[in-house]
Design a protein around this ligand. Sequence first.
Ligand code: SF4
Length: 466
Amino acid sequence: MKDVKEKCGLFAVYHAESASMLTYLGLFSLQHRGEESCGIISFDGSTFSFHRGMGLVSEVITETELAKLKGHQSIGHVRYSTTGSSAFRNIQPLFVDSYKCSLSLAHNGNLVNTPQLRKSLEDRGAIFQSTSDSELILHLIMRSRKESLEEKIVSALKKVNGAYSLVMMSKDGIMGVRDPHGFRPLCVGRKGDTYFLSSESCALDLIGAQLIREVKPGELVSIDDSGIRSRFIRRVKKKAYCAFEHVYFSRPDSVIFGETVHIVREKLGRRLAREKPVDADLVIGVPDSGTSAALGFSKESRIPLEVGIIRNHYIGRTFIQPYQQKRELSVKLKFNILKEVIRGKKVVIVDDSVVRGTTSKIRVKNFRELGAKEVHLRISCPPHRSGCFYGIDFPDPKKLIAYQRSVKEIERFLEVDSLGYLSLEGMLDCFQEDRSNYCAACWSGKYPVKFRQADKYALEQEGKRR
Ligand code: SF4
């Protein structure tokens, strides 16, 4: 892995002496959610200061820049573009300043009615600065005739469909929202009098804050001098938590959708070992996201777990590379195989997913060249056969290895001795909530939030351009 791109990571701080420094640390923990660009905005009671740029948090936010981001409240964003090209103008957080209010906003997810809404706003004179769907939300908020900012936000969000977790900051405080289906995670943390909003709880651990709770699907949480307030934009019966967050995207030390990701992945690995057993000498997990599932597979199958792949962490995630032609080199740069461990052995590699298949094929070839006797591959989720329109970048199904291919055909393509995927039921059974509360559209093709054909077409074209 990985041939798909992560969406974004959000972090917000209210009431801290050095809010921007805490935001910096938060973003540092969320770096895996987007390596293309990042930004921080702070507010000191009179002035908003911001710094944004292309690159990793450690590259963009220097000590000098951080010192300029003064104030007691701040929000930040790490990004990989899911709509809008990889351009500087799409870097978040976004900021708008008008006589009505000043507001900054950072977004994780994808709206599915963007083309339709954008056209209607442009027809009425709106001028967009960026090509991202996040700016659309800002336009809708600023155009609302409601009195209070909270009311404006609620009325704007009633018009949008799809996946969005947002953090926002006004002069009065910070706000966090999750869409009614709860596709993307967002949680609230606290340390003393300081409050935090974060995409994942791992960022709270780094700064010694406690996870209070997750923002509920459809909930708007406002944090200011009067404390925390909660209200709901809209409630829907069925949730649509992104199952791929558990399988791959989120960090294993985070609690999302009520469960620790590592524990869930270990369960996926155990279930995989029961569903797709194999006779092998060693289990080897693909670091980092395949490690927990490999541990579960090993425990269940009683095949020893070995460290067979060493990851170089300093080159970025291979799937983050915006250009396809860099991938082969990226794989070799990123992973090294311990030949002494695998030589002459029947090896079962456990990975979290296979999307385009190119990375897995290269890895299997390398294992054989380095002397593995047999190479078996086990995947802790079902074959990806459909695109995602809710914020993950594999929208063109034809690029998926499992698109119109059987498992046997994929097995031949990858040149493995055997290939086994976890079943859809098996995967969903490993999560704590009822199966119907998870989105599994990229496997099942059943999309929980519907879209107009015209919008779907526009989103597909956007995906093909990337
Ligand atoms: S389609 Fe897949 S990646 Fe997209 S939200 Fe649903 S489960 Fe997550």
